[in-house]
Write a new protein. Structure first.
Length: 358
């Protein structure tokens, strides 16, 4: 598919085909200047009539069909040159088409055969040197130039196609990463609240109903977040994520301890820390079995540091996609992630001190 894309010529070539027809003036000049016979005039008009449809078709063709057109035009030149020596101009048109008919090495072979064919005709029909030598020279230069130009165009189109494919892959990865961050967190909250509502259903029905309504609200918010992720919008910000983390920890029966002021981070760093915090809190709720969780945003050692610490199981199990996603997001903004699992789990997310808490 990529090969077809890079070899396909542009469909709309504008005025270019008409501009290059100016060289037909050299074809008709001998008929006017030298007093051509009726046969020469008629044969020349027939040659032009056969050439023009092929000429315009060539600008909408590529590959083997274009090679066929080039050799047909070459054959027209063979037929008309003994009658009208200026017919050698068709040799040049034929050579010009070769560059767009295939890869450079193959086009070079065909060009060599065409130039040899011109020389063979000159020997066969005893043509004057002024007729065929300029034709070989110009056809060779034009053919080589177009072969080079066509290859450069193919490379540019291949590069553009590669960049487009890379952009599509990056966008798919972004959506997948955002959905993981958004849904992993939100579904954990929904599970927690659903379990709580189930336990409260018999002894406190009114509170169970409130929890179910909260589940409905969170589900609607999750749907909105998914739409944002698909459209390319990210988190609402670090401070909003802190407030959301506090609600999630309370719902999970974990006591939150939060110490941070209003952040003044650049937008991309703010989003990176917001998603890092969301993933960190999700891991605490899912895996830590913690009783307490502290969240701090501080300025330390010339950097802005976000610390999430819990008193749960801890450990240094291999990192999953969540922590890997945090590292990747922080790396994009020159940030780092440190992990300590000795006493509970401590995650330290550090950024260059462009801004920070007052």
């Amino acid at each position: 598919m990529l090969q077809q894309l890079t070899d396909r010529p542009p469909r709309d070539v504008g005025w270019v085909p008409y501009a290059w027809l100016i060289y037909l003036l050299f074809f008709f000049a001998p008929l006017v200047v030298d007093g051509a016979t009726t046969f020469q005039i008629v044969a020349s008009l027939v040659a032009v009539a056969a050439f023009l449809p092929l000429y315009f078709l060539a600008f909408r063709t590529s590959g083997t069909p274009l090679l066929t057109i080039a050799w047909t035009v070459h054959a027209i030149a063979w037929a008309i040159t003994p009658i009208n020596p200026a017919g050698v101009c068709f040799f040049i048109y034929a050579a010009a088409f070769l560059g767009f008919s295939g890869r450079p090495r193959v086009a070079m072979i065909w060009l060599g055969l065409m130039l040899g064919s011109i020389a063979a005709q000159a020997i066969l029909f005893h043509l004057h040197g002024w007729t065929w030598l300029p034709a070989i020279a110009v056809a060779g230069v034009v053919g080589l130039t177009n072969i080079h130009f066509a290859e450069m165009r193919r490379r540019v189109r291949a590069a553009q196609a590669s960049l487009s494919e890379m952009a599509r892959i990056a966008e798919r990865e972004r959506i997948g990463r955002d959905l993981h961050d958004l849904l992993g967190h939100t579904l954990s909250v929904i599970v927690l609240k659903s379990e709580l509502a189930s336990r409260l259903a018999e002894r406190d029905p009114s509170r169970a109903v409130a929890e179910i309504r909260d589940v409905e609200r969170i589900s609607r918010e999750a749907l909105g977040e998914v739409r944002k992720a698909v459209r390319g919008f990210r988190s609402d910000g670090l401070l909003d994520e802190v407030a959301n983390a506090e609600r999630v920890l309370v719902a999970a029966g974990i006591t939150p301890e939060i110490a941070m002021g209003p952040a003044t981070l650049p937008p991309d760093e703010d989003r990176a820390l917001a998603y890092a915090l969301r993933e960190a809190v999700t891991n605490v709720v899912r895996h830590a079995r913690a009783k307490q969780c502290s969240i701090r945003l501080i300025a330390e050692g010339g950097r802005t540091v976000l610390e999430v610490r819990d008193d749960g199981r801890g450990g240094l199990e291999p990192e999953g996609s969540g922590l890997s996603g945090i590292r990747e997001r922080l790396r994009e903004v020159a940030g780092t992630l440190e992990r300590d699992g000795q006493r509970g789990t401590r995650l330290v997310m550090s950024l260059p001190a462009h801004g920070g808490p007052p």
